[in-house]
Design a protein around this ligand. Structure first.
Ligand SMILES: *[C@@H]1O[C@H](CO)[C@@H](O)[C@H](O)[C@H]1NC(C)=O
Length: 302
């Protein structure tokens, strides 16, 4: 049984440890976010989280929603949501969360039929996401009862309208006792064509900008300054909790924008880590990260 003074020195010690932890976070130590779900050969979600390399996993993608369509998840070769084949992922999601890894559902992506037709359509999609992937209830939860940490917006087609409304409706579901994290993956030309207005809401926790497939704002061999000025533009123009450098995990992962690890480690990370809102690096995608060993090489420097 602890005495009063033992208890208060224990309290003092834990406060001290907390402030040490806060200081080392403030020093800019980041995490790696990865997209998982578009290759059956990238390992399971549980294996992905067990690597210890990732702090955030985006499940990719819910690529059909809006305009009254029945929403559909696409997880490639992993499982078939149409026949209830993905509900077993609930155990993997809980495993990831038990390790402190945030698991988000990514909506959108490069392929699919998604769009928003009106503010009411956005409200319907927000309610669907809440009931089927977050803290709500539905008899048809595609990933079972596990409650995801949030929603990632990777909007690259369809309507440019009503994403502000969708973000706002989702944010209403976020409570101090159980936050709904909101993330966005805009492409690097500023402002983003699809998410510009939504990003101006200041409601996003994580913004992982895709610094690829867009020569004017990404790394090109011999030129880091375009990427750095684009980073500065983004981080000084948008209110968000944390910003991430979104990169292809291998040369095959994007048409252009791949950054060799030595360039990233020595010429880019030291600069962007100076941003008070630096959060880390986002990688597209898990399968190609495995092939190339990118996160293994950079992890200690992120
Ligand atoms: C990098 O590219 C930008 C835009 O094309 C150009 O203005 C700048 O001079 C280049 N910097 C270097 C070091 O080549």
């Amino acid at each position: 049984m602890a005495t009063q003074s033992q208890a208060s020195s224990a309290l003092l010690l834990s406060l001290l440890l907390l402030s040490v932890a806060a200081t080392s976070l403030a020093a800019g130590k980041g995490g790696i976010a990865v997209y998982w779900g578009q290759s059956g050969k990238e390992g399971t979600l549980k294996q992905t989280c067990a690597t210890g390399k990732y702090a955030y996993v985006n499940l990719a993608f819910l690529n059909k929603f809006g305009n009254g369509q029945k929403p559909e998840l696409n997880l490639a070769g992993h499982c078939n949501p149409a026949t209830g084949g993905c509900v077993g992922l609930t155990e993997d999601i809980k495993y990831c969360q038990s390790k402190g890894i945030k698991v988000l559902l990514s909506i959108g992506g490069g392929i699919g039929t998604y769009t928003l037709k009106s503010a009411q359509d956005a409200k319907n999609v927000a309610d669907y996401l809440w009931n089927n992937f977050l803290g709500g209830r539905s008899s048809t939860r595609p990933l079972g009862p596990a409650v995801l940490d949030g929603i990632d917006f990777d909007i690259e087609r369809g309507s440019t309208l009503y994403y502000y409304e969708l973000v706002r409706y989702l944010s209403v579901y976020s409570k101090p006792s159980k936050k709904v994290y909101l993330a966005a993956a805009p492409q690097c030309p500023f402002p983003d064509r699809y998410l510009g207005r939504a990003l101006n809401s200041g409601l996003f926790d994580y913004v992982w900008i895709q610094f690829y497939n867009n020569a004017p704002c990404q790394y090109t061999p011999g030129n880091v300054s375009k990427l750095l000025s684009s980073w500065t533009k983004w981080t000084s123009s948008i209110q968000a909790t944390k910003f991430f450098l979104g990169l292809p995990a291998s040369p095959q992962a994007a048409g252009s924008g791949y950054i060799p690890t030595n360039v990233l480690i020595h010429q880019i990370l030291p600069k962007i880590k100076a941003s008070p809102k630096y959060g880390g690096v986002m990688l597209w995608n898990k399968y190609l990260d495995d092939k190339n060993g990118y996160s293994n090489t950079i992890k200690a420097y992120v």
